[in-house]
Design a protein around this ligand. Structure first.
Ligand code: SF4
Ligand code: SF4
Length: 440
């Protein structure tokens, strides 16, 4: 095994993965008669327009939303049934948008999947078309349309492709399970991406708290001269794109730039599996693997869930709660979003539902800064979180931008290490969103 690699700064929160790391993925099916909700915006870019109307019958896998805009990604039904409404709906990311609502008939009538025993890959244009038509987006959280990411401008010479298998957020174990349970699909998907960039080197980057996954994947790629498994230190935020690229290549993404500016592209484990299904079977993205964890969940585990299924239905299907949850979080504890209801659907970028007891979820009171400098020492972007926090409090947004507030990756490390428990990341995140929205 090559030397363990990492990036400067960061933190070591307890990974809390033992709740679910050993739990194989179980499939949860939505009940006949249940209401499935499909937001038309589950990605970065233009929202889709519904392609169906109230009363229409739809098939499993049928495209129900799309847009003619360049940066977008279509949405598909994950069940067969009838469209009962087109209305505004909340999403787990804290936004709301138009959604197609379908009553599941429980029949799963759909388009027959294609055989995946292709003798040779289609050409580049057809690969990208299939990825777009399947609605594949970045499943690591960002939701950027994958067919766009894989089509960088010709002047960006891509020589490095990285599968992000760090899964550094505490509690989350879905990528870990995918690597153990479907490694062939992941590697096959990675080879498809590599075929788009002849001569590029491929890295599969895994934190060392997943030794079985490292061993398994290393064995499977030992004859692949252009693929290397990289062992990463278990450190947060090791899976953040810029930190991951640095660990693998020692290249730094410039301020305001993209990985493609330094010849790199990064895709998450489950995205690569979705690419394999899209290209070889022409299957749309209609399911997510979700980690359910935390002290209030009756049955912590990893669950394969249809996109559009409500969290409330998912929790009912897996035994609900063993105590009243004090806090519910969609995503990890460092970067996730607290939910005020479970009457919202699983979407493409959902990765987990954390069900915290009061002891696990209560935020301590914010106190005065003692100028200890810990937030500065640990910030992986080398920012000054205490100063950025003050600019936000005093509404000095020009200073916020001038001091690189927009370079914050919203990792939450500063809040985690702050002994005064100041709401650093929270304030910076809010200001960042506002400034980015103003620029649109
Ligand atoms: S870590 Fe907290 S207390 Fe220490 S300097 Fe930063 S904001 Fe102040
Ligand atoms: S300022 Fe941003 S990048 Fe730096 S530690 Fe805080 S949240 Fe992370």
């Amino acid at each position: 095994m090559s030397a363990v690699r990492t990036f400067p700064s960061g933190v070591h929160p307890h990974d809390e993965k033992s709740w679910t790391a050993g739990k194989a993925v179980q499939t949860i099916l939505p009940k006949a008669g249940s209401e499935m909700v499909f937001p038309m915006s589950q990605h970065i870019g233009a929202p889709c327009e519904p392609l169906v109307a109230v009363g229409d019958k739809v098939l499993l896998g049928q495209k129900i939303g799309d847009s003619e805009k360049f940066v977008t990604s279509p949405v598909h039904s994950s069940v067969s049934g009838a469209v009962t409404a087109i209305r505004k709906a909340e999403t787990p990311s804290g936004t709301s948008c138009q959604a197609v609502v379908i009553e599941n008939d429980g029949q799963d009538q759909g388009v027959k999947p294609k055989d995946d025993k292709l003798q040779s890959l289609p050409d580049k244009a057809e690969i990208l078309r299939r990825i777009r038509e399947a609605g594949v987006v970045g499943l690591g959280g960002a939701g950027f349309p994958t067919h766009i990411k894989l089509s960088p401008p010709p002047e960006k010479k891509i020589d490095t492709l990285i599968v992000n298998a760090a899964e550094c957020e505490p509690y989350l174990t879905t990528d870990h399970r995918v690597m153990l349970e479907m490694p062939d699909r992941m590697i096959s998907g990675f080879k498809i991406i590599l075929s788009l960039f002849p001569g590029a080197k491929g890295y599969i980057a895994i934190e060392i708290n997943k030794p079985e996954a490292i061993e398994k994947i290393t064995k499977l790629v030992e004859k692949e001269s252009n693929i290397e498994v990289v062992s990463l230190k278990t450190k947060y935020p090791q899976g953040a794109e810029k930190q991951l690229i640095y660990a693998c290549t020692h290249r730094e993404v410039p301020s305001g730039g993209l990985p493609a500016d330094i010849g790199c592209l990064v895709d998450n484990v489950d995205t690569v599996v979705a690419i394999q299904r899209a290209v070889l079977k022409e299957r749309p993205l209609i399911r997510r693997i979700i980690t359910v964890s935390g002290g209030a969940a009756a049955n912590p585990g990893n669950y394969k869930v249809r996109i559009g299924m409500k969290y409330s239905d998912m929790m009912e299907a897996i035994g609900g709660f063993k105590s009243d949850p004090y806090k519910l979080i969609s995503g990890g504890p460092m970067m996730g979003v607290a939910l005020f209801t479970l009457d919202i659907p699983v979407i493409k970028t959902s990765s987990s539902l954390l069900c915290f007891t009061e002891e696990e979820g209560k935020l301590p009171e914010e106190r005065n800064c003692i100028r200890c400098g810990k937030c500065v020492d640990h910030c992986p972007m080398r920012l000054m979180p205490l100063d950025l926090n003050q600019y936000v409090i005093h509404n000095e947004m020009d200073s916020f931008v001038a001091n690189h507030g927009l370079d914050c990756i919203e990792c939450g490390t500063c809040s985690y290490v702050c002994p005064a428990k100041r709401y650093l990341a929270q304030s910076i995140r809010t200001a960042r969103k506002e400034m980015l929205a103003r620029r649109k």
